[in-house]
Each structure stands twice: as structure tokens, then as C-alpha cells.
Ligand binder design. Structure first.
Ligand code: SF4
Ligand code: SF4
Length: 540
């Protein structure tokens, strides 16, 4: 190794991933990931809300503190780090860069004018570590790739560039799976993008037994004649066989010799349970047809009917977004030549189960699982900084159309049909009837034998000679609220154990544990109405 290092960083919505690289040999040295994001919640709406409440500076400092922890976890001499490249969506990269984000929070030119918001340039940028606050060599250069347009970020550019679809004839759908799913439909080089708030359920969050990928989490299921075998993560986060159980009762059919206790279910496990539940007719019209209305998995892990509704609404956001993109681009979903699944969830989920339940179009004939394209693009920039100019040219020349789902009438109509399925139990044939009535295409029939191409062994193709290190973020903000009686109601009602109270009355918030906007139990249950997110400061 030469001792000249570069670092590639992907700031995702649910966590941060980084790789140390030897600049001269292009070798990967080590990889660090976090299992959480430093901001409350796990979607862009939560992150925007948090940043607007506590302020861009506090949010930037928190993000940089988390990234510095991740960099320390790479176990290299940080004073020899000469270059760092980052990739992520416009919100993450703007907060990293410490620039305006309010233009991303308000829709329409009128609101932006009224609030006198100056939209910042999100072109390719080179800055330095001192400017950003990264704890590496003080003159290290920091490379930030361009957004395609102000709402379509560098993460979407990475997905398009790394899959190579921009230069190909044909029709391709690319999705970066996550709580905020970025999607692009590419038709002979012309790009139609959208971003759908799929929500946390399909990432294994905000459901009763859900959890992020960790030892003991069920991450997949195999169906053997109505008997389900759990696939569980072991202590090294590798998959291993769990017990086989009867999903109607939870009765053990056979015990695995691995003797691993299941403690929860990940997003990919949730997709598997939902898919098998439909196949085995345990889930019918969003209801669970068991005596206790639970879908039973190993060791009392289960999905409840409320979970099914939340998962269904997440999947509905995918299906409605696919149909909206196809309608806006004037193609049929059946015309799509290949589907690309990007991101960690898109890599580890069983694509046949995704297809079965609408996470990708049912007619998908060729499916590519491409892994973490954002980290890959950051790696390319770190090793060849001149690539940044090329990316700017690609972004400038791209024929792109962004469909804002929040204001799309097509999406509104289709998503209301999805809600009718999952909240009111509307049967699927009626969904198609309504699509016809609205003048839209109906859902195509299911491809029974799609070709699946898994590009690598894992979502990060090469972990490096020193392997993987998982870093606990563990960052806090603190506040003192005037009028707080120290009654601890907020603490008792916090489902994530994210708040503590110090003897001097300071409330300490573990931002990475907090569930964010979708929860707010602390704010809602405070009897004095003094719990205020806006008062939290970073005093570390
Ligand atoms: S109660 Fe408050 S601090 Fe706890 S998870 Fe919910 S929003 Fe976060
Ligand atoms: S619930 Fe309100 S009054 Fe009670 S400790 Fe929390 S912030 Fe203070």
C-alpha cells in the first residue's frame, strides 16, 4: 500500500457507508457502515423536517460528526487521506455541504419566491476538508457530484450511470429501493424520474417485530407446502437456516441445528412474509386469515394486521409510482425491457417475491440486482477526480423529466386505489376496473419465468483487505425546556428509548434512535406542551 488514501462515502437515507481506498493501486482497504442514520426517522421527509426544526448548521454538524465516526472506523491513518468523494440525495448532500435546503421542502415557484429562498447551485463541487469539517488531512479535497436537476440528485445520476442504461436503446426501469424509493424510467436515453415515499415498513421499521439487519433477524423465508423455513442472520450477519414453522399457529415443524433465536424481521423478511402469505392465502384482501389474526414466524416473531396495512401502503406507493411513470411517459409497463434493482434492499430482497407483490412490475422479464451504485460512483470519483467533470456534462446533457408525485393527479388517483385495497380490502380485480374507468392502463399479467442477474456477491462488491466494520452512531442533541416539570412522561412514552433526562433538567435526545415525524409521542404527550424539537442543540 502506498499510504495515499482516498475515501468514498454514500450518505443514504437509512445509514452511511464508506470505503477507504489506496489511491495508487485502486485497492479497497476497508469498509464501514452504520445501521442507522444520525437524523431522526429514515426518510427524506423526516430528515427535512428535522433540519428545518433544529437548523441547517446543527444538522450539518451532526452529520459531519457521524461521518467522522465512520471515517475513524475505517482504521487508516486519516492524515494520509488526500481525497474524499460523497454521493447521496439532494437533501443529504446539501446538509453535508452546509447549503440551503428549504427549496427542497417547498413545492412550487410561488412558495419559493414568497419565502425569498435562493435556490443554491447543486452542480459538481470541489471543496476541502477544513471547509466541511472532516477529520482528515487538512488540505484534502472533497468532491461532491452534481444533481441532475434540483430535485433529482447525484444518487439518481449514480443509478443511471452505473447501470449503463443512458447509452442503450430500449425501455428500462431503475429503482433504488429504500424508505424513499428513487425511480427512473429510461426510454432510448430520455429519462423520466420520480421519488416515492415508500415509508419505513418495507425496511423493517415501524412494524411490531421489525428491525434493521442484525443478528437474529429473519431476512427471508422459504415455503415448503405451507411450512415456512426462516432464513436468519447470524452473528456475522451471514444468512443461515432457522426453524421451520406453521405460519397459521407458530407451531414448530422442525428445529434448525443452528439453534439461532429469531428476534425480529428485516425489510427483506417482511417482503418474503407478505409474498408467501398471499401465495398461501393466509393474507386475503389485507386481512390475516388465522385465528388470532397474526402471521406467525419463528420464536414469536409475527406480522399483525396493522403491519399488513402499513406494508401494503408501502408497496402501493411503488405500484402507483410505476404506473404514474408509465402513464406520463406514454408506455405500457409491459413494454419495459429490463428492471434494475439498486441499493442494499434491492440487492438482498428475493426479486421473485418483489415481483409477486408489486414492488417491481409483474411483467418484469429481465431483472438486474446491481447493489450500491452511489458508493460505486463515489469510489470512481475518488480514484479519478477528473470523472467529476464528465458527470457534470452527463447531467447537463440529460433529457430529463421529473414527475413530482405529490402534485401529480395521476398518482393521486392511483394511490387512492391502493389505499382502498389496503385500508378497505378492495379486491384486486376491482382495482383494475377502476384503472380502466380512469382511462389508465391496467396491471399487466405476471411473468412466470423472469431472468435474474445478480451482479455481485453482496451489495458492496468488495469490502477490502481489512473487511467490514459496523459503527454505532450514538450521537445526541440536548435541550432545556422552560416549564418542564421533569415528569418523565415523554421518556415513558418514547417507543425507541431515545430520550433521557439529566439531573440538571437537560433532555438528551439520541437522534439516531428517534423515529421522527411519524412518531412525535414525546411532543404529543408532554402535559406542559413544552417538548420542542426546535430547541435541541449540538453541544458536544
Ligand atoms: S417519542 Fe419522540 S424522541 Fe421518542 S422516538 Fe418518538 S419522536 Fe423520537
Ligand atoms: S413530558 Fe414535558 S414536562 Fe415532562 S419531562 Fe418531558 S418535556 Fe418535561
Amino acid at each position: 500500500m502506498s499510504g495515499n488514501y482516498g475515501i468514498a462515502i454514500d450518505i443514504g437515507t437509512s445509514g452511511i457507508r464508506a470505503q477507504a481506498l489506496d489511491i495508487d493501486s485502486s485497492e479497497v482497504i476497508s469498509t464501514t457502515i452504520t445501521l442507522r442514520h444520525p437524523f431522526p426517522g429514515a426518510n427524506v421527509v423526516d430528515h427535512l423536517h428535522f433540519a428545518l426544526k433544529v437548523g441547517i448548521k446543527t444538522t450539518h454538524d451532526l452529520l459531519i460528526e457521524a461521518i467522522n465516526k465512520v471515517i475513524r472506523g475505517l482504521n487508516i491513518d486519516t492524515q494520509n487521506v488526500k481525497r474524499v468523494a460523497v454521493c447521496g440525495n439532494p437533501i443529504q448532500l446539501s446538509l453535508f455541504h452546509n447549503i440551503e435546503i428549504r427549496d427542497l421542502a417547498y413545492w412550487g415557484e410561488n412558495a419559493i419566491e414568497r419565502l425569498k429562498i435562493e435556490i443554491p447551485s447543486r452542480n459538481a463541487t470541489i471543496t476541502n476538508s477544513k471547509e466541511i469539517g472532516l477529520e482528515v488531512f487538512e488540505d484534502a479535497l472533497i468532491f461532491i457530484p452534481p444533481a441532475i436537476r434540483h430535485e433529482i440528485g447525484a444518487d439518481a445520476l449514480a443509478m443511471l450511470y452505473k447501470t449503463g442504461v443512458l447509452d442503450k436503446e430500449g425501455i428500462y426501469l431503475i429503482s433504488d429501493f429504500g424508505t424513499n424509493a428513487e425511480m427512473a424510467l429510461v426510454i432510448d436515453g430520455e429519462v423520466f424520474t420520480c421519488s416515492t415515499a415508500a415509508g419505513p415498513a418495507i425496511e423493517g421499521q415501524m412494524i411490531y417485530k421489525g428491525r434493521l439487519a442484525s443478528p437474529g433477524a429473519i431476512c427471508d423465508l422459504e415455503d415448503n407446502d405451507y411450512e415456512w423455513k426462516s432464513i436468519v442472520l447470524d452473528n456475522d450477519l451471514l444468512i443461515t437456516d432457522g426453524d421451520t414453522i406453521d405460519p397459521s399457529t407458530g407451531k414448530i415443524i422442525s428445529k434448525s441445528k443452528n439453534n439461532i433465536e429469531a428476534i425480529g424481521i428485516t425489510g427483506t423478511g417482511v417482503i418474503a412474509a407478505f409474498s408467501l402469505g398471499i401465495d398461501d392465502e393466509i393474507i386475503v384482501d389485507s386481512k390475516i386469515k388465522t385465528d388470532d389474526k397474526k402471521l406467525h414466524l419463528q420464536d414469536d416473531v409475527y406480522l399483525a394486521e396493522e403491519d399488513i396495512v402499513n406494508i401494503g401502503k408501502s408497496l402501493g406507493a411503488f405500484r402507483a409510482a410505476h404506473l404514474t411513470l408509465a402513464e406520463e411517459a406514454d408506455i405500457l409497463l409491459d413494454d419495459i425491457d429490463a428492471v434494475y434493482m439498486a441499493g442494499a434492499s434491492g440487492f438482498y430482497v428475493d426479486p421473485l417475491k418483489s415481483l409477486n407483490i408489486g414492488q417491481i412490475p409483474p411483467s418484469s422479464r429481465e431483472i438486474y440486482q446491481v447493489g450500491n451504485t452511489s458508493l460505486d460512483m463515489a469510489k470512481d470519483i475518488t480514484l479519478s477526480p477528473e470523472f467529476l467533470d464528465e458527470l457534470q456534462k452527463i447531467a447537463d446533457q440529460m433529457r430529463s423529466n421529473h414527475i413530482m408525485l405529490a402534485t401529480s393527479k395521476t398518482f393521486e388517483k392511483i394511490y387512492s386505489l391502493e389505499l382502498s385495497i389496503y385500508e378497505e380490502g378492495m379486491p384486486f380485480w376491482m382495482y383494475n376496473k377502476w384503472l380502466e374507468k380512469y382511462g389508465f392502463q391496467t396491471m399487466p399479467s405476471k411473468e412466470l419465468n423472469p431472468k435474474i442477474h445478480r451482479m455481485f456477491e453482496r451489495d458492496i462488491s468488495d469490502l477490502g483487505i481489512n473487511g467490514l466494520n459496523v459503527v454505532d452512531i450514538g450521537l445526541t442533541l440536548e435541550a432545556k425546556f422552560d416549564g418542564c416539570t421533569r415528569c418523565q412522561t415523554c421518556i415513558k412514552n418514547c417507543p425507541e428509548d431515545a430520550i433521557t433526562l439529566e439531573d440538571d433538567g437537560r433532555i438528551i435526545l439520541r437522534t439516531d434512535k428517534c423515529a421522527g415525524l411519524g412518531c412525535q409521542k414525546c411532543v404529543l404527550t408532554c402535559p406542559e406542551k413544552v417538548f420542542d424539537y426546535g430547541k435541541f442543540l449540538n453541544l458536544s
